[in-house]
Design a protein around this ligand. Structure first.
Ligand SMILES: *[C@@H]1O[C@H](CO)[C@@H](O)[C@H](O)[C@H]1NC(C)=O
Length: 601
């Protein structure tokens, strides 16, 4: 069992309270906290919103080089290409034929290079050929198709498949060869394209006019934006590719390379992976090699374009900011804010705490001696005047002269006021700007008596809060016990019952702290304060008038009086004097009464 108890991670640490709270708080601290919380909410809000909107993408990319690159397959789902010769009415009266070959080179077991050639069908392009572009979000390909008149171009059949892999030196080499050659309508190799070739004079006229022929290629391509949150690639019709040639005079050869982009998208916001994969075929602008030669008389192929697998592959891993990252980011930020701003606030709160404790525990005479004396004198004058003029003493006939009741008029409670004044004017230490600057500047500026006292008060409270000091003082109490009581007495002492705690309010002897608290809370309930003062006066008068005291307690009372201080004594003496006078001139008429003082003879 104790082992299980020891594993409890919610154990309560034990702390002291101040002002009935675990932590000492100030208005400045409260305002600053509201301010910081407001900043944090404003800041966090944008973060949290962007988190749920998935606008923050974290991308890592890797480019892989492989001389025997793996195979990519191009079909209507991810690619399309269209060819034409720049001329009037190419589809019906072509000046040249265009051929597409799927070539496969490999070495057989004897080490010989085997070349396999498959011819692909070509047909006039239709909109349906460009499924991939039509399926793109916000695609406006249809109008582009019509505008460019792509129906007058030639496309591979809709079920076409291009394979590309490796390089010439690889054991497996797949590529596409596009050839421009003479038109020949005597044989009909194409199922869906059966044109009549242009005449020789038409070709000669064109050459005279233009000086060259031009093979045009439109193909589907994509640009990749891995950092974009939603559309990380954009596909478009790349129409920037053309090759000029002049039969037997200028021949063209070009290599176009295609890369594979492998995307891994982690769409989960939670700290586990939920990956969807996407493969994309992209020809980057640098993936192009071109060769222009003088033509030969024997030339049959006037332009040859190779479509090949690039030796580079790109791997892109995309993910969104996850909840744990968001939380740790927010947490870290919060911590920094609290620490950053907090240094000053904590510092201020600590000073305030020290000052408040100081004010609770100590009196500060001598700091403003002149001022306080002036006030003292005023209080006394006021007291004397008011006592003599306005207070009345009534003897309760039932209790005879042994007990008298002093009754104050409603508008006059000057006696209580005088004592309250003593508390109100008791000097309090305040955190002045001077003291603060003096303290912050390590006592470089404003070194005067006020700041010196401030420092001393601070140090004293720190000293008082020292655990060693507290324990030492507790020890002293048990030592006192040892000094004053015998062993047997201590045994009895140790068996005094615990105090009861019931719903009935316990009787509490009045003390200075109560009044000071009442004053600092600015409470308007004077009654309560006055009750405490009444009890104080009664205690004093009763002690004074008790004639049955033994010597020991008389001595104790004398010392108590001394320690209580001159100011209190003065007020009490005045009070006693008036009381005696009033009793002598007994007045029977009871006045409207508010406060009672009970006095013994
Ligand atoms: C174009 O060339 C291919 C392949 O040699 C052939 O089958 C086809 O009939 C030719 N078409 C024309 C119009 O020249």
């Amino acid at each position: 069992m104790p082992m299980i108890q020891g594993l409890d991670i919610f154990g309560q640490s034990i702390t002291f309270n101040i002002n009935k709270q675990k932590a000492y708080t100030t208005i400045f601290g409260g305002v600053s906290s509201i301010f910081i919380i407001a900043i944090l909410i404003a800041f966090f809000q944008s973060n949290i919103v962007s988190f749920f909107q998935k606008t923050g993408v974290i991308v890592s990319t890797e480019t892989e080089f492989n001389p025997n690159s793996d195979q990519i397959n191009m079909n209507i789902q991810n690619y399309m290409v269209a060819f034409s010769i720049e001329q009037e009415n190419f589809v019906n009266q072509p000046m040249f034929n265009i051929t597409i070959e799927q070539r496969h080179y490999y070495r057989n077991h004897l080490g010989n290079l085997v070349k396999q050639v498959d011819y692909l069908q070509l047909e006039p392009c239709a909109l349906e050929h460009f499924q991939f572009l039509l399926n793109q979000p916000d695609s406006d390909f249809e109008s582009q198709f019509n505008q460019l008149d792509i129906s007058k171009w030639l496309c591979p059949q809709k079920d076409f498949e291009f394979h590309m892999a490796g390089a010439y030196s690889s054991t497996e080499f797949h590529f596409i060869k596009v050839i421009v050659s003479d038109c020949d309508d005597t044989q009909s190799g194409y199922l869906n394209w059966k044109p009549t070739c242009a005449t020789k004079s038409q070709k000669e006229n064109h050459l005279k006019k233009e000086g060259q022929f031009k093979l045009q290629i439109f193909q589907v391509n994509s640009i990749v934006n891995p950092n974009s949150p939603s559309q990380y690639y954009q596909s478009y019709l790349d129409g920037e590719m053309y090759f000029t040639f002049v039969p037997q005079k200028l021949s063209r050869q070009a290599n176009l390379f295609y890369r594979k982009y492998q995307f891994q998208n982690d769409n989960s916001l939670l700290p586990f992976q939920s990956i969807d994969e996407k493969e994309l075929i992209v020809r980057k602008s640098e993936d192009y090699r071109d060769l222009t030669e003088l033509g030969r008389d024997t030339d049959k192929n006037y332009a040859i374009i190779y479509f090949r697998r690039s030796q580079f592959s790109e791997f892109v891993y995309r993910r969104f900011i996850k909840i744990d990252e968001l939380l740790s980011f927010l947490g870290g930020f919060l911590q920094i804010m609290i620490t950053g701003f907090g240094i000053f606030i904590t510092y201020y709160n600590k000073l305030s705490l020290q000052i408040e404790l100081c004010n609770k525990l100590y009196n500060f005479p001598g700091q403003f001696i002149k001022e306080s004396q002036l006030q003292n004198n005023k209080v006394q004058q006021h007291l004397e005047g008011s006592m003599i003029n306005e207070s009345k003493l009534v003897v309760n006939p039932e209790q005879g002269t042994s007990k008298a009741t002093l009754i104050f008029d409603k508008e006059d409670f000057s006696f209580q006021k005088s004592i309250l004044k003593l508390f109100e004017q008791s000097q309090r230490l305040t955190l002045s700007l001077k003291s603060l600057i003096n303290h912050l500047s390590l006592r470089l500026f404003f070194n005067n008596e006020e700041t010196e006292l401030f420092q001393k008060a601070k140090n004293t409270v720190d000293q008082n809060l020292d655990i060693q000091e507290i324990l030492y003082q507790l020890q002293e109490i048990s030592r006192l016990k040892l000094l004053m009581l015998t062993k047997n007495q201590i045994t009895l002492f140790n068996f005094i019952p615990k105090p009861n705690l019931t719903l009935v309010d316990e009787e509490q002897l009045p003390n200075r702290l109560q009044i000071e608290q009442k004053l600092s809370q600015q409470e308007k309930q004077n009654v309560n304060k006055d009750e405490i003062i009444n009890e104080l006066c009664n205690a004093w008068l009763e002690i004074k008038s008790d004639s049955n005291q033994n010597l020991c307690s008389q001595e104790l009372n004398r010392r108590l009086n001394l320690v209580l201080g001159k100011e209190f004594q003065q007020i009490f003496f005045e009070y006693e004097k008036i009381t005696k006078n009033q009793i002598q001139n007994q007045s029977e008429k009871p006045t409207q009464s508010l406060f009672l003082f009970q006095t013994l003879n």
